[in-house]
Design a binder for this molecule. Structure first.
Ligand SMILES: NC(=O)c1ccc[n+]([C@@H]2O[C@H](COP(=O)([O-])OP(=O)(O)OC[C@H]3O[C@@H](n4cnc5c(N)ncnc54)[C@H](O)[C@@H]3O)[C@@H](O)[C@H]2O)c1
Length: 336
């Protein structure tokens, strides 16, 4: 298949490009570099030996989308492109609705014009809100607590409505849990701009000396060690989940939502210990009060992905931290 990856030079998109090429597919990447660097394309060539078919464009630009689709025979789209920071979404909701929701509508319209009706959408476990009914199955009630989460849930609903209106569409919304890790080459990985909003990139920047200490927000949760528990998934497992999902579109599944997680919870302290094992660096810690909007624990019921897609995460916590450490220590300032 030829697969268009919007947000293709981003963290998850770049790893998925590799997994798709390894599975024998052809990829076209589209990105506006709002949260990624052109250097990713050189690194991808180094890893895969393939020069990427790349289009610098904004997903809200319908003319650009038309140009990409007119010139290529696209079989399916994986739609990653969207801003993704919860805090920023509270400060700039219209930016999130314009790009996250508006961009998705423009993309789907362009796909429709070019009769490309197969799409895999980047959703998130954030659509479960603060549900404590664990493990989280796909039919757990959804609720959102910030504009970012709302963009994800709205896009899921748009895909469901689209399929209801025209059954020639096939759309799978993948609800990611917490992607971490990097390609084992150490050439690509997560490169957040500014202060990392996620735990593992923050720990990695402490380990490499860019930040003095890790702040743990809350060590009085009702969890075994008092710190928050999340389902961390290696980004290459996640990437392989996309390969399975995009290939499953050929079975005409209609519209579906599927969790991508490991089904295992890991606490903040366990993650710090794993990172210390991988790096040999002691991570200084400060404990601060809980943050509003954080729940005690969240992990996936990952059985639907195994049943429907034939996919399960296989990489361990120690592989995740070893790969992050290789990426961060070889690239202390990310792609810069
Ligand atoms: N990383 C996570 O923890 C996580 C969890 C759940 C869901 N997701 C979703 O997965 C997707 C990919 O996440 P990621 O971690 O790879 O993020 P990322 O920021 O690394 O990648 C997104 C890419 O999209 C590009 N982009 C953003 N807006 C665009 C626009 N309007 N037009 C064209 N390109 C645009 C950015 O430049 C970036 O390269 C996002 O939709 C995100 O919301 C991520």
């Amino acid at each position: 298949m030829r697969i268009l990856l919007t947000g293709g030079t981003g963290y998850i998109g770049s790893h998925t490009a590799i997994a798709l090429i390894e599975a024998g597919h052809q990829v076209t990447l589209l990105d506006n570099f709002s949260n990624s660097k052109p250097a990713v394309l050189d690194r991808l060539r180094e890893i895969t030996g393939v020069t990427m078919d790349f289009f610098e464009a904004d997903v809200t630009d319908e003319d650009a989308l038309d140009a990409v689709m007119a010139d290529r025979s696209i079989d399916a789209v994986i739609h990653f492109a969207a801003p993704k920071a919860v805090g920023e979404s509270i400060a700039r909701p219209l930016h999130y609705f314009e790009n996250g929701v508006g961009g998705t509508v423009k993309l789907l319209r362009a796909m429709d014009r070019h009769a490309v009706r197969n799409v895999v959408y980047s959703s998130s476990a954030t659509v479960y809100g603060l549900s404590e009914d664990l493990p989280l199955t796909e039919d757990a009630p959804t609720s959102v607590i910030n504009p970012y989460g709302r963009t994800k849930l709205m896009c899921e609903q748009i895909l469901g409505d689209l399929f209801a209106s025209d059954s020639s569409w096939n759309a799978i919304a993948l609800r990611y849990f917490n992607p971490v890790g990097a390609h084992p080459s150490g050439l690509i990985g997560e490169d957040p701009q500014g202060v990392p909003a996620n735990l593992v990139p923050f720990i990695a920047q402490v380990a490499v000396g860019r930040r003095p200490a890790l702040t743990i927000f809350g060590d009085d949760y009702p969890t075994p060690d008092g710190t928050g528990v999340r389902d961390y998934i290696h980004v290459l497992d996640l990437a392989e989940g996309h390969v399975a999902a995009v290939e499953h579109l050929a079975n005409k599944p209609g519209y579906d939502t599927i969790n991508l997680g490991t089904g295992q919870g890991v606490s903040v302290r366990e993650m710090v210990e794993a990172f210390e094992r991988a790096s040999g660096v002691a991570i200084p810690i400060e404990v601060a009060p809980r943050r509003p909007g954080d729940g005690p624990a969240s992990w996936a019921d990952a059985t639907k992905a195994a049943r429907v897609l034939g996919w399960t995460a296989t990489r361990t916590l120690d592989q995740m931290t070893a790969d992050v450490w290789r990426w961060q220590s070889h690239n202390p300032n990310g792609y810069d």
